[in-house]
Design a protein around this ligand. Structure first.
Ligand code: UD1
Length: 418
């Protein structure tokens, strides 16, 4: 199993380019199932979750080919296959996003209950409630969701809480439902907007994506759009900026969308970092010392839960005490015990962690527990005295495109060990 060896002591400096968004590419690739024919996507990141997605789409009868370093051609054929098997779904929770497209295409789907990161129970009840409002019945049987509809019909859905995946599944199903669907308390993440843009390019009629209320006027058929470029990965961008920050560095991330990261940028500025943005790049310059600030994770445009672990490491090096509150997922402080092994001074409760900085981190072997936690341990390695080895790096590979190469490009001393 691969691990990552990191030596501290380098101030990161220079420019690095953002990759395409994993969380945008996944729903968009699944959305291709809605229209037979050839789809072409650019800026698709090369990472493990995309491989799992390709495996699932291939199982569902699509012919898929990389036609450039980050360009993927998806040829959708009508295979009639409606099963998403456990062996593939267990590797990636986002596989649940085939539910909406399969129902819209074939009127039925049998999807294994998802695996993915071990960050809480992560139910799918809201996806199923939403689909019910579109005239779809579902039940759970032997670890599978079995869903059926005679005819998807537009409906009104008020989500109890904004759910990214639930909103995406609903958008995809509603695009081919009969009549109008209104989704209230929809998730507002940039990835929802990217998905809606692709669906609209295919002929869907979606209005309001990126806001709390989305309206979808169902159409009878969708066609592949000539091509689509996936938006930059705001979580990767945030991780790279924090990597620069924690080393006291000066880094510029190019080909990104600064407007997608306002919550992080304003917290970094509050902490004392210099930030300058242009349309598609962000430069971060570090002060000699930086101050502790509190964060509370919340749905977009709030502070992203996917950057909570990385920001926490930064706060171990800040002057003062910060309060990190996680409101999206329970059990998302698993990185804390590993950070404490590196000598961080953090007290976690269920949803709140108190981080007392600055503490002198000391290198040690640590274990990645989930995708973003593994990124946070790599960042800790950049400043922990001596050498840090992060084990179980396959979690990192699920969601980052060659993070070690990008950090090395900025000067970090980091290598992968097989
Ligand atoms: C997506 C992202 C993930 C990110 C998360 C929150 C992808 C592939 N993954 O995950 O990286 O951390 O958004 O920004 O895009 N919930 C329910 N019932 C449901 C669905 C969700 O109770 O049916 C709860 C979840 O347990 C969680 C909250 O709603 O507490 C938000 O989850 P959701 O937005 O659905 O996250 P994902 O789409 O799984």
């Amino acid at each position: 199993m691969d691990s990552m060896r990191i030596c501290s002591g380098v101030r990161l400096k220079g420019q690095v380019q953002a990759s395409g968004s994993k969380n945008s590419a996944l729903p968009i690739l699944f959305a291709s199932l809605l229209a037979e024919g050839k789809h072409l996507f650019h800026n698709v990141p090369r990472l493990r979750d995309i491989e799992s997605c390709v495996e699932l789409l291939t199982h569902l009868g699509c012919q898929i080919q990389w036609v450039g370093p980050n360009s993927l051609s998806v040829d959708v054929r009508s295979s009639g296959e409606t099963l998403a098997p456990y062996d593939i779904v267990r590797k990636m929770r986002a596989s649940i996003l085939v539910l909406g497209p399969l129902l819209a295409r074939y009127g039925k789907a049998r999807v294994s209950l998802p695996g993915g990161c071990a960050i809480g129970t992560r139910p799918i009840n809201l996806h199923l409630e939403g689909l019910k409002a579109l005239n779809c019945e579902s039940r759970l049987e032997e670890g599978y969701v079995i869903a059926e509809t005679k005819n998807l019909q537009g409906g009104r859905i008020l989500f109890e809480a904004p759910t990214v995946g639930g909103t995406e599944n609903l958008l995809m199903a509603a695009s081919l439902a009969k009549g109008k669907t209104i989704i209230e308390n929809a998730a507002k993440e940039p990835e929802i907007v990217d998905l809606a843009n692709y669906l609209n390019k295919m002929g869907a009629r979606i209005q309001g994506a990126g806001q709390s209320i989305i309206e979808v006027e169902g159409v009878s058929e969708l066609q592949p759009a000539p091509e689509h470029r996936i938006i930059p990965d705001r979580i990767e961008v945030g991780t790279l900026l924090i990597a620069g920050a924690i080393t006291g560095g000066d880094v510029t991330v190019t080909q990104c969308q600064p407007t997608d990261l306002e919550a992080l940028l304003s917290k970094l500025a509050d902490s004392g970092f210099g930030l300058s943005t242009s349309e598609s790049q962000i430069r971060l310059e570090s002060p000699k010392t930086w101050s502790a600030v509190d964060i509370i994770t919340s749905p977009h445009p709030g502070f992203p839960t996917d950057l909570q672990a990385q920001f926490m490491v930064l706060m171990t090096q800040a002057q003062g005490t910060s309060l990190i509150t996680e409101t999206i997922f329970e059990n998302r402080f698993m990185h804390v015990q590993e950070l404490v092994r590196l000598n961080a001074d953090i007290t976690p409760k269920t949803r709140v962690a108190v981080v007392r900085g600055p503490s002198l981190l000391k290198g040690a072997p640590v274990m990645a527990t989930d995708l973003r936690a593994s990124a946070c341990l790599v960042l800790a390695g950049l400043v922990a005295q001596g050498e840090t080895v992060v084990n179980r790096i396959y979690h990192l590979d699920r969601g980052y495109e060659k993070l070690e190469n990008k950090l090395a490009q900025l000067g970090a001393s980091i290598s992968r060990e097989k």
